[in-house]
Write a protein that binds this ligand. Structure first.
Ligand SMILES: [Zn+2]
Length: 278
């Protein structure tokens, strides 16, 4: 209250290394859930300008596979779902014990719950860091830009069909939003442009002839040109096509589109695939 206080920073070597030789101009003092006070220090970096490019890597997010790229890379969600189910089970059993058992064991269960609380979240962000790093690195080496689905509304879409409680938990808790944030900032940092395209019809449109085809659980079949392939791969290729039409308007694919920038600064495209716009 009465002027400035000088407080020594208690930081590890990693943080000291990051701060060495820098002059941060802003910071936030935050009280975390564990009751401790932390200081968040902001550092500004110059980012490289993205190179103009004709190559696009499309990324389709899903639940069976967390992400599939138009290059054919995919990250299976199976092992993740298993790990997350394990955490959920443990949590449920501890929560039950925390409300029914004796006083001392209730307290112990609550302590264990606190200890486990960050673990699933850390696991999840570790996975997301790996996926986003791989995608951005391959985009950088191929000098491509990255097109992703604009994910607002993924919960509504993956929850459209009636689903049981387990399925709902699985699809709601997967952190696609975090994956998108990671892709955006790693892209900015490495000079790879990241574009969000509208997700409508990407999974039902044929990437070869742009007609609406049939999508079953895993397979995509086009009635017009007889294309038959993995549904997620088709989605990723479709997203890449949309991204290409955005980066090169008026290309050979008749995809009507316009661009705008959302609050986060991410380029957003509004497109209508051929077939719907005519
Ligand atoms: Zn087709």
């Amino acid at each position: 209250m009465s002027g400035r206080e000088h407080i020594k920073i208690n930081a590890g070597n990693y943080q000291r290394g990051k701060l060495a030789g820098r002059k941060p101009t802003s910071a936030q003092l935050c009280k975390h859930r564990d009751g401790q006070l932390y200081i968040h220090i902001q550092l500004k970096n110059e980012v490289p300008d993205p190179q103009p490019t004709k190559k696009v890597i499309g990324v389709d997010f899903g639940r069976r596979d967390i992400a599939v790229t138009s290059n054919g890379d995919s990250w299976s969600g199976e092992k993740l779902t298993k790990t997350r189910d394990k955490y959920s089970k443990t949590r449920a059993s501890l929560q039950k014990k925390a409300s029914t058992r004796t006083r001392s064991s209730r307290r112990r269960c609550r302590q264990v719950l606190v200890r486990l609380s960050g673990r699933e979240r850390r696991f999840q962000s570790w996975v997301n860091h790996n996926i986003s790093r791989t995608i951005i690195q391959s985009a950088k080496s191929e000098q491509a830009l990255v097109a992703i689905e604009n994910l607002t509304g993924i919960r509504e879409r993956t929850n459209q069909k009636p689903r049981n409680k387990i399925e709902r938990r699985r699809s709601n808790s997967w952190a696609f939003y975090q994956l998108r944030i990671f892709l955006e900032y790693k892209g900015l940092r490495d000079g790879v442009e990241v574009i969000a395209v509208p997700p409508a019809y990407t999974s039902q449109t044929c990437n070869r002839c742009l007609h609406i085809g049939l999508r079953s659980e895993k397979k995509f079949k086009c009635g017009n040109c007889e294309l038959s392939c993995d549904a997620d791969l088709n989605g990723a290729k479709m997203i890449a096509l949309l991204g290409l039409s955005v980066s090169q308007p008026g290309g050979s694919n008749c995809l009507c589109c316009s661009l705008s920038t959302d609050s986060s600064g991410l380029l957003k495209a509004y497109t209508v695939p051929q077939g719907q716009c005519r």
